[in-house]
Design a protein. Structure first.
Length: 177
């Protein structure tokens, strides 16, 4: 926040993580973009400090569906809510710049056939509590009931998982000239 106002900032997805094996091989660090275990030492100082919490705006999230090598992309969104906020963590990491990751929780009945985890999605009245609340609130958000299945919309596609394609509703629109 700046001067009490939220601002939108472009950041890279995933906190860098360099294991001993990677270092020995001279490999670049991997990236961790999902926070599923708040007790992981990678998140020790981050999760307790509200300065490192953020809202990740999104319209959809995706999971793979199908057999290895042939997985397609299945999109999920919140019914009648074109933009939602995902509970996230962010930090300016030396040598990498600003990065972020999103917290996950147990999936609801709609997402569970594709993945047992899903994003922690926040309703607008929860934003301030997420951004400024104590660690007990962070833990509470991760372990509460997920978004109601009735509020979850599913969009199946034939797009290959690694295609990078957006959901149909997010494709650039062509104007009539």
């Amino acid at each position: 926040m700046r001067n009490g106002q939220r601002h939108l900032r472009l950041m890279d997805w995933g906190f860098p993580r360099l294991t001993r094996e990677m270092r020995e091989r001279g490999a670049p660090p991997g990236r961790i973009g999902l926070v599923a275990d708040l007790t992981n030492p990678l998140w020790d100082q981050l999760v307790v400090d509200p300065r490192y919490r953020c809202l990740i705006p999104l319209s959809h999230f995706a999971n793979p569906n199908g057999d290895p090598g042939e997985k397609t992309r299945t999109w999920f969104s919140v019914d009648r809510q074109p933009l939602v906020a995902w509970a996230g963590f962010c930090r300016n990491v030396p040598d990498y710049g600003p990065v972020y990751a999103g917290m996950t929780m147990t999936a609801n009945a709609v997402v569970e056939p594709y993945n047992d985890r899903m994003p922690v999605l926040l309703d607008p009245h929860e934003y301030d509590r997420w951004l400024h609340g104590p660690i007990q609130d962070v833990i509470g958000f991760q372990f509460r009931a997920p978004l109601a299945a009735e509020r979850t919309k599913v969009l199946h596609t034939d797009d290959l998982w690694r295609s990078g394609k957006l959901p149909a509703s997010m494709q650039p629109q062509l104007a009539l000239l």
